[in-house]
Design a protein around this ligand. Structure first.
Ligand code: GRF
Length: 219
């Protein structure tokens, strides 16, 4: 019997290594269908990855619209066309407008390269090293109107090494991400994760904190 697949759209702006990790898991056994990859950047390498995997791509460039409201409306119209059950932000470098967030409440997730609530926004590796943190990592969270502040679903953690640069820390953190994001998507596909007014439910249990996920990678 064919398994029902969760339909998602993935929003990217750049390299798309997390998108690739999701595609690779789908090729194995992740029961997900990517109905489109949408980018604000026509030259995002992630679009090439999507095309190579036979996934539809659409570019919605910011410069084609007179203001943010018009852009967000166009992006919403584009997303709706692909009827996603979940919107997956994967290195999408724009803040989503409220018109999209409220249309898809509880249906948008993002991956952010820090142990939220620490180090929101950009340059998280530089920030973590400068703050002399002992640990860093990545978080997958629901998207709300406040940047990088929605309920956190899961996190993966690593040690910051004495000789880490922002670049080496980024490489190791992204290795974590490439297992963390597909795992969270698997939970959605299995219908075991839900956002409610009280918080996040996993397997019908209210989470009291982010799920700690330890990937099998050598760091
Ligand atoms: C990831 O590190 C993710 O945490 C952040 O943007 C980066 C995107 O990388 N939001 P890629 O485009 O998936 O390679």
């Amino acid at each position: 019997m064919a398994t029902l697949k969760l339909t998602i759209v993935v929003l990217i702006s750049g390299h798309g290594s997390n998108l690739q990790a999701i595609i690779d898991e789908i090729d194995k056994d992740l029961p997900i269908q990517i109905s489109a990859v949408i980018s604000d950047q026509a030259n995002a390498y992630g679009l090439t990855r999507a095309r190579q995997a036979g996934i539809k791509t659409t570019v919605v460039p910011a410069q084609d619209y007179p203001n943010r409201q018009a852009y967000d409306q166009a992006l919403l119209t584009t997303i709706k066309q692909y009827q996603p059950e979940l919107i997956v932000l994967s290195g999408f470098m724009r803040i989503l407008g409220e018109v999209i967030i409220y249309h898809y409440t509880g249906k948008i997730i993002n991956i952010h390269p820090s142990l939220l609530p620490k180090f929101k926004g950009l340059h998280t590796y530089v920030q973590a090293i400068a703050a002399q943190e002992k640990h860093h990592g990545s978080s997958v969270h629901f998207v709300t109107a406040e940047l990088d502040s929605g309920p956190i679903i899961a996190q993966s953690t690593l040690d910051i090494l004495a000789d880490d640069s922002a670049e080496t820390l980024k490489q190791r953190t992204q290795s974590l991400e490439h297992q963390l994001y597909p795992q969270v998507l698997r939970w959605f596909a299995e219908n075991s994760l839900h956002l409610s007014a009280e918080g996040i439910y996993k397997d019908n249990q209210l989470l009291t904190g982010p799920i700690s996920f330890t990937p099998k990678v050598n760091l």
